[in-house]
Design a protein around this ligand. Structure first.
Ligand SMILES: *[C@@H]1O[C@H](CO)[C@@H](O)[C@H](O)[C@H]1NC(C)=O
Length: 180
């Protein structure tokens, strides 16, 4: 009996440190997953909206949540993207845009919380609705997080909605450990 214990004990220790590594990897993965790239306008891309739809991009923006370090991808043809001040957004023109790009495939990083004003630099397009205001939230802030009860002391707290995600990440990390 005694020799059996000698071989089992180190194996258990090994397993628990492996579990800890998996947990750490899972937490890192959850954090990494937070930054997303969003395609502006979905499949329509960045193009003058159909007539009488000049709030199309603001409607799109209001259906999304933006956090610091998320990126926006603008895809377009024969057009451009500018980031401008609020007054210039209202006037639909800018002589000194903060940012300008016209390469047809622009990736813009939302590098701070607050408002970003985007307009097309092509004459007339902004007036027809090729413009958008994006509101960027602080990283990690969400209406849900504010409503969650505080974690019980000493216990690991996982919100019910996150359990499936956590299990998935745990499994995919394990997968990574086995095959990397
Ligand atoms: C955003 O990215 C920058 C540079 O990659 C990094 O230094 C910063 O900590 C990030 N901010 C957040 C809130 O993730």
């Amino acid at each position: 009996m005694a020799p059996g214990f000698i071989t089992i004990t180190p194996l258990r220790k090994h397993c628990s440190s492996l579990a800890l590594i998996v947990l750490i990897l899972a937490v890192m993965r959850l954090r990494a997953v937070k930054c997303v790239e969003l395609d502006v306008g979905g499949p329509y891309g960045w193009a003058t909206p159909p007539a009488k739809n000049d709030q199309m991009y603001n409607d799109w923006a209001s259906k999304n949540r933006f956090q610091v370090n998320d990126t926006l991808r603008f895809t377009y043809k024969k057009d451009s993207v500018m980031t401008v001040a609020e007054e210039e957004y209202e006037r639909c023109r800018s002589s000194h845009p903060v940012f300008f790009s016209n390469n047809g495939d622009t990736v813009f990083m939302l590098d701070r919380p607050g408002l970003f004003y985007f307009i097309s630099g092509v004459s007339g397009h902004c007036q027809r609705g090729l413009k958008m205001v994006v509101k960027v939230l602080e990283h990690g802030s969400s209406p849900q997080a504010a409503a969650d009860p505080p974690p019980t002391s000493g216990a690991v707290f996982v919100a019910p909605a996150n359990i499936a995600k956590t299990v998935f990440v745990l499994l995919s990390s394990l997968w990574g450990l086995i095959f990397v």
